[in-house]
Design a protein around this ligand. Structure first.
Ligand code: SF4
Length: 113
């Protein structure tokens, strides 16, 4: 775990920014609502076997948040995870490559749509 998370000395997120993921999530929010979140998708998560505490960082510690988001970035079940988190109103932690603040924004937009 530490090897993976500490391996890079580069800024942890260099491709999709949280904002771009949320933008996609916002655009596809209706589609996300139809994603089947049953089954054991989490067994395929890139976070499997990692310390769950990594995914509940202090939202004000950017490096810790970025570390978790970096794991999500390479995850094959990211959309399912995000759909699950939105469906369950998971208000804390990193889910589907999003922060709790980002998910609140998505839910607000969903309510106002
Ligand atoms: S998107 Fe992130 S939190 Fe969700 S299963 Fe994948 S690695 Fe874990």
């Amino acid at each position: 775990m530490d090897t993976l998370l500490n391996a890079s000395s580069q800024p942890p997120r260099t491709s999709a920014s949280p904002a771009s993921l949320i933008e996609r999530a916002t655009v596809d929010v209706d589609a996300l609502a139809t994603v089947d979140t049953g089954g054991q998708w989490y067994l395929q998560g890139a976070c499997r076997g990692l310390d769950a505490a990594i995914f509940y960082p202090d939202p004000d510690i950017v490096e810790d948040v970025a570390r978790a988001l970096t794991v999500c970035e390479g995850c094959d079940v990211r959309e399912t995870c995000l759909a699950h988190a939105l469906g369950r109103r998971e208000l804390t932690g990193i889910w589907g490559g999003t922060t709790e603040r980002e998910r609140r924004q998505v839910l607000r937009r969903r309510r106002s749509a």
